[in-house]
Design a protein around this ligand. Sequence first.
Ligand SMILES: [Zn+2]
Length: 274
Amino acid sequence: MVETIIIFLIIGLIVTGILISPVLTKRRRNRLKQRPFPLLWDSTIENNLSIYPRLSPIERRRLQGHVQVFLAEKQFIGCQGLQVTEEMKLTIAAVACLLLLNERGEYFPKLRSILIYPSTYFVHETIATGNYVVEERRVARLGESWVNDQVVVSWEQVQQDTRNWRDGHNVVLHEFAHQLDQEDGKAEGVPILPRKSDYHNWSQVMTKEYQQLCHHVQQGIKTVMDSYGATNPAEFFAVATETFFEKPHQLLNHHPALYELLQRYYQLDPVQWA
Ligand SMILES: [Zn+2]
């Protein structure tokens, strides 16, 4: 009898936990968003992110709310002796949260920690170069996004990219676009879309644009997007995101279908910020 009651109690707790947990998370996040945004934080973001003053007052307020949630939920870890400062956290959070301005309600759910290196860092990569032949190389990296729970960036690169918001290069936009793509567990250039019917159009536009970039890169034709986007569809989506935010006019003029697709996905129109 006692065992039966205990089992029912446990089942009850699990069921209420499952039902209540998203509601509690939403409530907690709403409380964080409503907190006053410190003036010092506002000026730090303004000093580091040249696009920030150009956002509409609503977008700016929304971004501040997302930054509050991001800082409360994610862990920042300094590597190679780097001391993580408030400036680092705010700058990375503000750029990453630009991707969330559309209010889709998720905050890179798989991501737990952001690892920050002072500058370019090196990793050992093992590559199969033939049957039973494996080569180990030391590779320089500026950033990376792991499917499980981490994003890694070089602070020197973050600073360089956020101050120069016109060249289409931004390591934070790039790695966090990978996080959006990897949310379903796969890195294939297809993030979770609002409706099932959206996937067909996404695949059509992305495939056509990706193939065009690959062709232009092979032919040595100058492209709006960085040639790194021709690596694979996952890199194409990350590079297209960087270009959408940093070179919106050029992307709209030369690739209107791609611009429109990203505009619908991010629910933003960066041309307005130029
Ligand atoms: Zn990448």
